[in-house]
Ligand binder design. Structure first.
Ligand code: ZN
Length: 344
């Protein structure tokens, strides 16, 4: 099969479009002929590498993918050849106390497709049957691939962990990334009032289109926590969604109301920053971290996506061969929504 792969860490130039043996399904596994994959920032970090990361080379990037069932391993029920499916990229052991409690994203042997396991930038992939859900006939492969990781991540953070309520106010730091656009839609779906801090007018226009109520342009308001305070009658917001980290977290702590919650699933701006602890105890703040979602979260949120209540935003589609250009676009931060790969 054809795949995008790399043999060593580095910049986009390490990506090759090359041949690898097509993986074959073992017991309980399904071989998928992929039609679309979606990019995530994770793909860039894995390609660049970090201390301690261990990969089986050549490595194939990609957590998100959708396609059709091409072969079934022994004992697989519920799927047949040709079924259209979406992959859930959270791989868990199924046996540890967290998995047994339905918290498979907390699994002691947690893996993410494309991170430490070969991923979806390929014509074929083999995946455990429990990591697949059926796609409705009229639902596109690209829209599905663009949804898998970001919606379950945003849902788990805001709903399962953050206990978002209809009458609350939610501030989302960042307007155009995949998880943030998903978060705006989920907050609106719950009936919350949504504030968005974005880097420029174009990105804020997308947030507004998705339903954001109050837009704050940080290219004009460097200390945007003040703008949030003004816009909320000096109360602050109930929930802050901060997946930026460095540069934004100190302001997020200021923008939160008394007894507010700060939700984080990542740090696109950097992992290390100083925080003023007085805000945390003085205002009774909770900082709630999570990564990915549970199977229940995935099933619940994808149902809302399939029914059209939540709509994936696709920025641009690239052919698989041009994955390098796709990653360069993501790295430059120019995208508005998800970048996907067309796999033929
Ligand atoms: Zn487990």
């Amino acid at each position: 099969m054809k795949a995008i792969l790399f043999h060593e860490h580095g910049g986009p130039e390490v990506l090759e479009y090359s041949d690898l043996p097509t993986p074959q399904p073992g017991p309980g596994e399904v071989q998928i002929r992929l039609h679309a994959a979606a990019l995530n920032r994770l793909d860039l970090w894995v390609r660049e590498g970090w201390p301690g990361i261990k990969l089986e080379y050549p490595h194939i990037p990609g957590a998100d993918g959708a396609g059709e069932v091409a072969a079934l391993g022994e004992g697989v029920e519920g799927f047949k050849l040709g079924d259209r499916v979406l992959i859930n990229s959270v791989l868990s052991c199924g046996a540890c106390k967290h998995c047994q409690a339905g918290k498979d994203n907390v699994c002691v042997d947690f893996h993410l497709l494309g991170e430490t396991i070969r991923g979806t930038y390929a014509q074929y992939i083999v995946i455990p049957k429990d990591n697949l859900i059926h796609l409705p006939d009229d639902f596109g492969y690209h829209e599905a691939a663009a949804s898998g990781l970001v919606y379950q991540t945003a849902w788990h953070s805001m709903v399962t962990r953050g206990k978002l309520q209809a009458d609350e106010s939610v501030l989302i730091v960042g307007a155009s990334g995949g998880v943030n656009t998903a978060s705006i839609q989920i907050a609106k779906h719950f009936g919350a009032k949504v504030y968005v801090v974005g880097s420029n007018a174009e990105k804020l226009a997308l947030a507004e289109e998705l339903g954001a109520d109050v837009l704050i342009d940080r290219s004009k308001e460097e200390n945007w926590s003040k703008a949030v305070y003004k816009a909320t009658d000096r109360q602050g917001v109930d929930i802050v969604v901060d997946n930026v980290g460095a540069g934004s977290m100190p302001l997020s702590l200021r923008a939160a109301s008394r007894a507010g919650r700060i939700l984080t699933v990542g740090n696109t701006g950097g992992a290390k920053f100083e925080i003023d602890n007085r805000f945390i105890f003085g205002k009774h703040l909770s900082i709630i971290g999570s990564t990915m979602g549970t199977r229940d979260d995935f099933d619940t949120v994808m149902e809302l996506v399939f029914e059209g209540h939540l709509k994936p935003v696709i920025d641009q589609k690239f052919p698989l061969q041009e994955a390098r250009a796709a990653q360069e676009r993501l790295a430059a931060g120019k995208q508005m929504g998800k970048i996907t790969l067309e796999i033929s």
